[in-house]
Design a protein around this ligand. Structure first.
Ligand code: TXA
Ligand code: MG
Length: 314
């Protein structure tokens, strides 16, 4: 159910959960002042309790209240605020309830680049919000996707189609060097230029630092097979071994094509990705082959990572 900004602000300040637009994907928001509403987010999504939420702020003043101290290097990152960058910092535990942090000592914070959402945040104060999909499903990039997942009675503030279409990039400072915890809408090499330090993608070790990374994500119900070799891809398309191919405008014809647009135009590809993954479900395809013939640098790394997650079974 699409609701007005005034009603969205009222519901959130009364401790309700509301779907909200951001430039990346739609979020499922609750005020950090209401632990009961925060718990409801986990329930609605079917989200594991050990996967912490990102807290969204309107400005640096709101951010300061959430952390014990601000890393000096944050000054270099201010050019990305507002924007699709999430920074994990030491949490002010008095302000940020444990349920948001999943018991960790840190909190992930971002300032979204979306006027409707920023205006809402100025009225409500910091809002915790994961992506508004059911756990394991592709993130919503339109208000109608939120209604598809949570029902048409669920309140959503409609902010149009998401400009980025893929989640924020998540980083954190570990002692003296930065770490990339999740690829996202801001390319790692762009962050590296600003910091003069390359945020490395953490390997999944015994102790998971960004808990969300260990879960299956962004996945349609179909079996999805990645194919990096064009020869193999063409063979499979000719033999019609799959129901459809997820690829680009120039992908070889022969099977129904779900296109992410022009190959190599990663911004456009990412913007269309989640809607394309939802099409696989609505068309009830069972076996889909994915054209992976693209460079995995810049935002290509984000596209590759999301497709790998979408095809993984665990
Ligand atoms: O673009 C986005 O980031 C969207 C919009 C709604 O802002 N939100 C989003 O939230 O993608 P979610 O919950 O789907 O993903 C949050 C990621 C998860 O991988 C989670 O584990 C990680 O951020 N995270 C949250 N708090 C953390 C913390 N304190 N330490 C490490 N990782 C954290
Ligand atoms: Mg998510």
């Amino acid at each position: 159910m699409k609701i007005s900004p005034t009603l969205a602000a009222r519901l959130l300040t009364q401790g309700e959960v509301v779907g909200v637009p951001t430039e990346t994907v739609y979020g499922l928001a609750a005020s950090i002042a209401f632990p009961s509403a925060l718990k409801k987010i986990f329930k609605l999504k079917g989200r594991p309790q050990d996967n912490p939420l990102i807290v969204h702020v309107a400005d640096l003043k709101q951010l300061k209240g959430l952390v014990t101290h601000i890393p000096e290097a944050l000054a270099k990152l201010k050019i990305f605020f507002p924007g699709p960058l999430t920074v994990v910092m030491p949490a002010n535990k008095k302000r940020v309830p444990s349920v948001v942090r999943a018991g960790l000592d840190s909190v992930a914070v971002r300032m979204p680049d979306h006027q409707t959402f920023l205006k809402l945040l100025r009225k409500t104060g910091p809002l915790a919000a994961p992506s508004a999909n059911l756990s394991g499903k592709p993130s919503p990039t339109a208000a109608s996707h939120v209604e598809d997942d949570l029902g048409t009675d669920f309140p959503v503030l409609d902010g149009g189609r998401c400009r980025r279409g893929v989640e924020s990039t998540v980083i954190r400072l570990k002692k003296t060097h930065w770490e990339l915890l999740r690829h996202g809408a801001l390319a790692a090499d762009v962050i590296q230029k600003a910091l003069g330090d390359l945020p490395q993608k953490r390997n999944l070790t015994k102790r998971t630092i960004s808990p969300g990374q260990k879960y299956r994500h962004y996945a349609p119900s179909a079996r999805m097979v990645l194919c990096g070799s064009l020869r193999e891809l063409h063979k499979n398309i000719s033999l019609k071994k799959f129901d459809a191919v997820l690829g680009f405008s120039d992908t070889k014809r022969g099977l129904p094509l779900i296109s992410l647009g022009v190959r190599g135009d990663f911004k456009a590809n990412l913007k269309q990705l989640y809607a394309a993954l939802r099409v696989i479900d609505t068309k009830k395809y069972q076996n889909v082959i994915i054209d992976m013939d693209f460079a995995s640098s810049g935002l290509g790394a984000t596209l590759a990572e999301r497709l790998m997650k979408a095809s993984s079974r665990s």
